[in-house]
Design a protein around this ligand. Structure first.
Ligand SMILES: Cc1cc2nc3c(=O)[nH]c(=O)nc-3n(C[C@H](O)[C@H](O)[C@H](O)COP(=O)(O)O)c2cc1C
Length: 331
C-alpha cells in the first residue's frame, strides 16, 4: 500500500491517520504514528492551552514528521468555554502545527483563520451536505465519518459504506474515510470506496503508546461485535462500549424520559472517568463498532505494519475472488 496521488497534499508514507481522541491521544501516540509514516493526531479536547503547547512540543521532540491537532469546535469539557477554543487555536498557530483537524461545529468561522495562519485543515463530516459546506469554507480535505465511529456521531445513521463514496462523488477534495475501520480489510474497503486515506480511532486505543487506562484497553479487547452501542441519540449522539451506565442511558431513552434526566445521568466527567481512571461502571468509554475486531495490544509500529500488509493482502484476495468466481464452483 502506498499513498495515492490524492494524499500528495500531505507528505505521508502510508495513508493512515490516527484520529484525535479526547483524553487518549497524547504525544506518545501521535508521535509514534507519525514516526511510522502515518499522521498522528493530538486530541486537544479536554486540554488546557498550556497543556496543548507542551504536548505539541513533546511530539516535535520525538519526530520531525508532520502531525495534526484535533480541535473540537464544540468543547467537551464543561468548565471550558468558547474563549478557551480561541486560546487553543492560538497555541496551534503559535506552534505552527502542520495540520489542524476540526469537527463538531461549523467550519465557516475558523477555516479561513486557520488557512491564513498557514495550516492544512481537515474537517470531519457525517453527511454529503456538510462535506459540500466544508469545501465551500476552504478546507483542504474532509474526513467522511460513518456512524460506526467511536465518540460523538451524527444521528443520521449513515454508514461508512454508503457515506464515503457519496462524499467522494460530491466533492473535489481529498476524502479521508473514518468509522468502524479496525483492520487491513477495512482499510482496503475504504480505499476501494475512493478514500485517499483512512482514519482510525478505536484500534489505536489498544496500543502500547496510548495513554488510555489499562482497564479501558482490556475492555476494548474483551468487547465483541455488539460491544459498542449508541446512546443519547437525541442530543450529541455517541457510541461507546456497553456498560451499566450506557445501558441505563439507552433504557431511559426507550422509556421516554426527559432530556434533562438523561443529561443529568450522563453527567459531566464521565469520559474522563472511563478513559483515564478506568472506571468501567460509571465512566464512559467511547469506541466504534469495529471494536470486536480488536484482540491484541500491540505497538503502533506493529499495528501500522499489520494494517498496511493486511490491506495489500485483502486487495489481492478480493481480485482473486472476483476473477476465480468461487460462487460458480459452489453452484
Ligand atoms: C475515545 C475516543 C475519543 C474521541 N474523541 C474525538 C475528538 O475529541 N474529536 C474528534 O473529532 N473525534 C474524536 N473521536 C473520533 C476519532 O477521531 C475517529 O474519527 C473515530 O474514532 C473513527 O472511528 P473508529 O473509532 O471506528 O475507528 C474519538 C474517538 C474515540 C474512540
Amino acid at each position: 500500500m502506498s499513498s495515492s496521488p490524492r494524499t500528495d497534499w500531505l507528505p505521508l508514507e502510508v495513508p493512515l491517520i490516527q484520529g484525535g481522541m479526547t483524553w487518549v491521544s497524547r504525544h506518545e501516540l501521535a508521535a509514534a504514528v507519525s514516526e511510522a509514516g502515518g499522521l498522528g493526531t493530538l486530541g486537544a479536547g479536554g486540554m488546557d492551552p498550556e497543556e496543548l503547547r507542551d504536548e505539541i512540543r513533546s511530539v516535535r521532540a520525538k519526530t520531525e514528521r508532520p502531525f495534526a491537532v484535533n480541535v473540537p469546535l464544540v468543547l467537551v469539557r464543561p468548565d471550558q468555554d468558547q474563549e478557551v477554543l480561541g486560546e487553543l487555536l492560538k497555541v496551534v498557530r503559535d506552534e505552527a502545527v502542520p495540520v489542524v483537524v476540526t469537527g463538531g461545529g461549523s467550519p465557516a468561522r475558523y477555516t479561513p483563520l486557520l488557512k491564513e495562519a498557514g495550516h492544512r485543515v481537515m474537517h470531519v463530516v457525517p453527511s454529503v451536505r456538510l462535506a459540500l459546506k466544508a469545501e465551500v469554507c476552504g478546507v483542504d480535505a474532509v474526513v467522511a465519518e460513518g456512524w460506526e465511529a467511536g465518540g460523538h456521531i451524527a444521528a443520521n445513521g449513515l454508514s461508512s459504506l454508503t457515506l464515503i463514496p457519496q462524499v467522494v462523488d460530491a466533492v473535489s477534495l481529498p476524502v479521508v474515510a473514518a468509522g468502524g475501520i479496525a483492520d487491513g480489510r477495512g482499510v482496503a474497503a475504504a480505499l476501494a470506496l475512493g478514500a485517499c486515506a483512512v482514519q482510525l480511532g478505536t484500534r489505536f486505543i489498544a496500543t502500547l503508546e496510548c495513554n488510555a487506562h489499562p482497564a479501558f484497553k482490556h475492555a476494548v479487547l474483551a468487547a465483541d461485535a455488539e460491544g459498542a452501542a449508541v446512546y443519547c441519540r437525541d442530543y450529541h449522539a455517541s457510541r461507546a462500549l456497553r456498560s451499566p451506565l450506557v445501558e441505563r442511558l439507552i433504557a431511559m431513552e426507550a422509556e421516554g424520559r426527559s432530556l434533562e434526566e438523561i443529561l443529568n445521568l450522563r453527567g459531566r466527567h464521565r469520559a474522563r472517568q472511563g478513559c483515564i481512571e478506568g472506571n468501567l461502571r460509571e465512566g464512559i468509554l467511547p469506541a466504534g463498532s469495529g471494536v470486536g475486531l480488536v484482540s491484541q495490544i500491540v505497538s503502533v509500529a506493529e499495528l501500522m505494519r499489520e494494517l498496511t500488509e493486511g490491506c495489500d493482502q485483502a486487495l489481492r484476495e478480493a481480485v482473486y475472488r472476483r476473477s476465480s468466481r468461487p460462487w460458480r464452483k459452489a453452484a
